[in-house]
Design a protein around this ligand. Sequence first.
Ligand code: SF4
Length: 351
Amino acid sequence: MPAIEKPGSLASGPSSWNPDFSHLYIEEGAREYPLTDMVRKRFPEATIVWVKDYRHFFNRPGQRFQVQKHSMKLVLAVKKDGYIYDGSENAQDFGVSNFYYTTPLINCIYNCDYCFLQGMYPSANLVLYVNQEDLQEAVKQVARHPPDPKQPLLLAVSYNTDLLAFEKVAPLASSWIDATRDIPRFLMEIRTKSANFRVLADLEPSSNTILAWTLSPQEVIRPYEKGTPPLSARLNAAAKAAQAGWKLRLCFDPVLKIPNWESVYPEFINQVFTAIPASQVTDITIGAFRMSASYFKTIKRQRADSDLFFDDYSHQDGLVRYKDPDQQALVDTVYSLCKAHLPKDRIDIWL
Ligand code: SF4
């Protein structure tokens, strides 16, 4: 099996759990795709289960997301529709309205407590779509005629997953970087917590791609971002990417109201800009913890183990967030710290 970045907490369960990807569920229609072939070769000992349509078992009710996280299966499927989604309503990026996202892979090898995927999908198993070319063609078509022709088209490609963390299983990030590098007026964000920059190190940096590292204080990573690389490893990877000439976005999102956050975050931001010169940072996004109320409700039912779901939140307009003035204070504090390093117009805020 290939070495993948293995969520440490998941590897420490009872010995009766199968290792991740011990089983490949493959749609019959996905059989002849080169990506299917590649993944089968990477997991030569996996048990293959042929299925007609993965949605029949992926979407079945009553599954236990966190139990599945202990032994994730990999599904190979053909995406039949929904190649590209309009993201402009819920995630405008630096004020650009031509904002889209796509889902080449769904679910993630990491297991952050605050991950909205736990509320979005009934299953924690990963689904890899083997017809990536169809998704890429759909993106190119929209890019040819964007709704607002005066603005560039922004695409989030690692929206419901962490593509870079998965790159050794299937080189999706590389494929998307190459497929989009010549599209005019286009910027694709690959957001990650991975320390796996070396998988892209041989690629020519693309001015159409921004590599975006989600960074958190170690005091957040340890309890709430299970299985993810430590801050020092992420900083190291991000610094290497910037040195190699990639556009670099730093994402301080979600900012969490952890004990002593008022002193933890200044120290953390200082650590970030000691490791990465501000001159190598393209931009920054900041957001305090927030989640759709329906996802929050679903996740809370399953996460008695996480104190994150038992704070005294505000529930308003379909969103769960910290009550003011805390929400505002968290964002304002990180924003002020970042302003000392980058001009205001390169810092995007989510409240
Ligand atoms: S890295 Fe992102 S997608 Fe993966 S578990 Fe964490 S929040 Fe979810």
